[in-house]
Design a protein around this ligand. Structure first.
Ligand SMILES: Cc1ncc(COP(=O)(O)O)c(C=O)c1O
Length: 369
C-alpha cells in the first residue's frame, strides 16, 4: 500500500502556520472518550492556558468545535436577537464576513467603512457609535487580509458608554499578539488554533465577559444556531459536563500541547519574539527596496507582514517559484488587494530573526528574473 506523504512545506503564509513536532506527537496519542475524567482535566488545562493568552480572568472560556469562522458565527448568533442593531467596523475581508453573518442572523447591520488597510481612529469610532447607538459592536483586531491592527480601546470605550456588547475577531492575534481582553474591555473574543498558536485548524477558542454572560442568559429568543448555542454549551460547564456534542479529542490534544509550549516560553516572551521577528523582517525588506503595504508602523500586525507587489511583478508566478524552489508558502492579496500585496506570516516557531532574514532572501531571489 503506498504511504500517504503530503509535501513538506515551510508555512510562511497568513495561516495555517508551522506546527511544532511535539504537537504532531500529541495528536498521535490514543483518544479517550469525551466524557472521560482525563478529558475533563485536559479541557480545564486548556482553558487555564487560554486565559493567559487571551489576557482574561473570565470564567467562560471555551473551545468551539470548528475553525475561526465558527467563533465568528457563535459570537454574532448568540449576541444578536432579531432586529437588533449590529455595528461593524470594516476595513478588510473578514469584517465583511461579519457583516454577512449579521444579516443572516437577522441583525440590522450598520457599518463604518475605511479603505482596506486602514483602521478606525478613536474619534471616528466614538462618533459612529454615539450616532448609531447599536446593541452590539464588532471589529477585527488583526485583519489578515490587509495586515492592519485595530486598537480595541478606541472602540470598546464608546461601545460601553452606550451599553453595547463588543465582539473582537482575534483569529490572527491569538497566541502571537497581546489582546488583553480584560484591560481592553472586550466582551466577546474568539480566535483560532492554526495561526499564533501553531496548531492545526479545527477549534475556535472563545471567551465571554461576565456582562456578556448576563446578556446571553437574558436572551428572549433562542440562538439561531443550535450547535453554537453558548447557553447550551454553558450547561456543559455548569451542569456537570452534560453532553452537548462529541468533542474532537485529537484537536484538543493538539491544542493542549501547543498551549503548553506557549506556557513554557512565557506569554509575554512569545509576544516580544513575534515583534522582534517583525522588526527584522521590515529592516531586511527595506534594505532590498521593497515596501510594507501598511504605511503606519503603529498599526502593522507583527505576525503577518503585508508587502507591496512592485509594478510589473507577477505575484502568482513569484509565489509559485517560492514553492517550487524553496518549498515556501506565502499568501497573496484578494479582493481589492488581489495582485497588489504578498502576505508573509512569521508565526509560532517561525517568528525569529533567522527565518525573517531567510524568507526575505528567498523572496528577493524569486523576484529576480
Ligand atoms: C481575521 C480572521 N477572521 C476569521 C477567519 C476565519 O477563520 P477560519 O478560516 O479558521 O474559519 C480568518 C481566517 O484566516 C481570519 O484571518
Amino acid at each position: 500500500m503506498p504511504v500517504f506523504t503530503p509535501p513538506r512545506r515551510l508555512l510562511f503564509g497568513p495561516g495555517p502556520s508551522q506546527i511544532p513536532e511535539r504537537v504532531y506527537q500529541a495528536m498521535s496519542q490514543p483518544i479517550v472518550g469525551h466524557l472521560d475524567p482525563f478529558f475533563f482535566d485536559t479541557v480545564e488545562e486548556i482553558r487555564k492556558d487560554l486565559r493567559a493568552v487571551f489576557g482574561t480572568r473570565n470564567s467562560f472560556v471555551h473551545m468551539l468545535s470548528g475553525t475561526g469562522s465558527s467563533g465568528m458565527e457563535a459570537s454574532i448568533a448568540n449576541f444578536i436577537e432579531p432586529g437588533q442593531k449590529l455595528a461593524v467596523f470594516v476595513g478588510g475581508y473578514f469584517a465583511e464576513r461579519m457583516v454577512e453573518m449579521g444579516k443572516r442572523h437577522g441583525a440590522h447591520v450598520v457599518r463604518f467603512d475605511k479603505p482596506w488597510g486602514e483602521t478606525a481612529s478613536a474619534p471616528e469610532a466614538a462618533e459612529f457609535i454615539e450616532r448609531e447607538r447599536p446593541n452590539v459592536v464588532a471589529f477585527v483586531h488583526a485583519e489578515t487580509s490587509t495586515g492592519a491592527l485595530q486598537d480595541p480601546l478606541s472602540i470598546t470605550g464608546p461601545a460601553q458608554a452606550v451599553g453595547a456588547i463588543t465582539i473582537a475577531d482575534c483569529v490572527t492575534s491569538l497566541g502571537a499578539i497581546a489582546i488583553n481582553v480584560d484591560a481592553s474591555g472586550i466582551d466577546v473574543a474568539f480566535g483560532a488554533t492554526q495561526k499564533g498558536l501553531s496548531c492545526p485548524p479545527g477549534l475556535s477558542p472563545i471567551t465571554v465577559s461576565d456582562r456578556g454572560i448576563e446578556v446571553l442568559k437574558a436572551r428572549k429568543s433562542p440562538c439561531s444556531v443550535w450547535y453554537l448555542d453558548l447557553k447550551l454549551i454553558l450547561d456543559y460547564y455548569e451542569g456537570g459536563h452534560r453532553y452537548h456534542h462529541t468533542a474532537p479529542i485529537t484537536s484538543f490534544y493538539a491544542l493542549r500541547e501547543g498551549l503548553a509550549a506557549v506556557r513554557e516560553e512565557g506569554v509575554e516572551a512569545r509576544f516580544t519574539r513575534h515583534k522582534q521577528a517583525h522588526a527584522v523582517f521590515v529592516k531586511r525588506l527595506e534594505a532590498i527596496k521593497l515596501e510594507m503595504f501598511i504605511q503606519d508602523p503603529a498599526i502593522r500586525i507583527p505576525s503577518i507582514n503585508t508587502v507591496r507587489v512592485q509594478e510589473g511583478v507577477d505575484d502568482v508566478k513569484t509565489r509559485k517559484r517560492l514553492i517550487n524552489e524553496f518549498g515556501i508558502e506565502i499568501g497573496g492579496g484578494f479582493g481589492p488587494l488581489a495582485g497588489k500585496i504578498f502576505r508573509i506570516g512569521l508565526m509560532g516557531p517561525f517568528a525569529n530573526e533567522e527565518n525573517a532574514t531567510m524568507v526575505v532572501g528567498a523572496l528577493a531571489h524569486c523576484l529576480r528574473e
